[in-house]
Design a binder for this molecule. Structure first.
Ligand SMILES: Cc1cc2nc3c(=O)[nH]c(=O)nc-3n(C[C@H](O)[C@H](O)[C@H](O)COP(=O)(O)OP(=O)(O)OC[C@H]3O[C@@H](n4cnc5c(N)ncnc54)[C@H](O)[C@@H]3O)c2cc1C
Length: 400
């Protein structure tokens, strides 16, 4: 057996946005950090590739925004479409306290930029290092068993493995396989009429869910759809057919050429602070179920939760070891930031993403500015989502 004798302060498992951001923040804070991923990089990740204003804010705080902006496509509006007659735009410039852009950058590029940023801050990256199991010795050393019989020792572990819950279940941090939703996407080139707007459409999509066309550059786009109801067995073929046969997509992609396969990937929106780890493991990003149940977006929460975890660790790190208050501190920070917000988002999804109700919401929003503003603010988390249940909004949607 090959043994890696180096003992790290922290090992981060998974080099998606959550893992690389955690490694960056911790290495910048002076800790000795290992960042492991089962793949070599750059690697693809099935995603819509959209960076929300909240994600952009975090990338700015990490000092990596100029690099991301250089490669990304910039969008300043969102077009929502329910039918030929119900379609309108939301202006990102009316978002309060957040950047006024959405950036689209394929994950093949984004995740590698973030990983390299973590390495530049001092983290050691280990590719092709699938972690098979973890245990902790009575002396408080965490022992990682990696494929190919490699091992790694550290004092603290961050799990950032995305929607794959195998490791969490093996460790008993999740009791059973969590419910998953499903989204799928592919890329097209030679797309006519793309603008600086991201398109979300609802007609012909099973609710709660939506389809999207996100421009990735001149004439190129990420095209996909997601179904956000819990299912033990989401059906990728359903989404494949939808992308290929949806009448509206066929219309806008009539001269376009599909590049690459349609790939589906599960999503987890089952956030609970109780699943955020134990006294020697912190769980970040989608591994703790942090995905917006309305939009299916999770890169922003992945970056934010990594920052919360790093702050908790650096705050509880004294003379080369961490105090027992660490888990409590991280769990409290997660609960404060997300519990209420995601509960209300979940509720808003259940109330508004229903046949008949969504039609009404979009039809009325086309006419009423305050409704359009509420949709924008809630989708991007710039206000308390309780606004969707304020009497004036309920009246706008359900009133005569
Ligand atoms: C089709 C689709 C479209 C989406 N569109 C958007 C969008 O437009 N915008 C948005 O914000 N979000 C979107 N999301 C959600 C977003 O992709 C995720 O929320 C985000 O990737 C979560 O980041 P993460 O770092 O937590 O996990 P991931 O990005 O999934 O990264 C996890 C990493 O862990 C590694 N790993 C897993 N297990 C192990 C192991 N045992 N050992 C070592 N490494 C391991 C994986 O290789 C991977 O690199 C979409 C999701 C889907 C499926």
């Amino acid at each position: 057996m090959q043994t890696n004798s180096t003992q790290y302060d922290v090992a981060v498992i998974g080099a998606g946005p959550a893992g690389s951001a955690a490694a960056y923040f911790l290495a910048s804070g002076g800790l000795h950090v290992a960042l492991l991923d089962k793949f070599d990089f750059p690697r693809d990740k099935t995603c819509g590739d959209g960076l929300t204003p909240r994600a952009i804010k975090l990338l700015d705080e990490m000092g990596v925004l100029p690099q991301v902006k250089r490669d990304a496509h910039h969008c300043s509006t969102i077009t929502l479409r329910q039918s030929d007659n119900v379609t309108f735009q939301l202006e990102l410039s009316s978002l309060n306290g957040l950047p006024h852009d959405i950036l689209i950058l394929p994950r093949y590029q984004l995740d590698d930029i973030l990983r390299r940023h973590a390495v530049a801050a001092g983290a050691d990256f280990m590719p092709k290092a699938r972690v098979k199991s973890l245990m902790r010795t009575p002396e408080g050393i965490a022992h990682l068993q990696i494929e190919d019989d490699r091992t790694l020792d550290c004092k603290l572990v961050i799990i950032a493995t995305g929607s794959n819950s195998n490791l969490l279940r093996e460790l008993g941090l999740l009791k059973k396989k969590p419910p998953t939703q499903l989204a799928a996407r592919t890329y097209f080139e030679n797309v006519n009429g793309l603008d600086d707007t991201i398109l979300l459409f609802f007609d012909g999509i099973e609710l709660p869910g939506y389809g999207w066309v996100f421009p990735t550059g001149p004439g190129t786009a990420n095209v996909g759809c997601g179904v956000f109801f819990d299912s033990p067995h989401p059906q990728p073929t359903q989404l494949r057919n939808l992308i290929q046969e949806h009448p509206y997509l066929r219309h806008i992609l009539r001269n376009a050429r599909q590049v690459g396969p349609i790939k589906g990937f599960p999503l987890r929106t089952d956030f609970s602070p109780a699943h955020s780890g134990n006294e020697w493991i912190l769980v970040v990003g989608e591994a703790v179920g942090l995905v917006n149940p309305i939009t299916g977006e999770g890169i922003d929460y992945a970056l934010e939760s990594a920052q919360l975890a790093a702050r908790a660790i650096l705050g509880e790190w004294h003379a080369g070891s961490f105090s027992m208050a660490l888990q409590k501190r991280y769990r409290a920070a997660l609960a404060k930031k997300y519990r209420y917000q995601l509960m209300l988002n979940q509720l808003a999804q259940q109330v508004y993403f229903r046949d008949g109700v969504l039609d009404n919401l979009l039809y009325r929003a086309q006419q009423k500015l305050q409704l359009r503003q509420a949709i924008l603010d809630v989708c991007f988390g710039s206000v308390n989502p309780a606004v969707m249940f304020a009497p004036r909004i309920l009246w706008d949607v359900f009133g005569p």
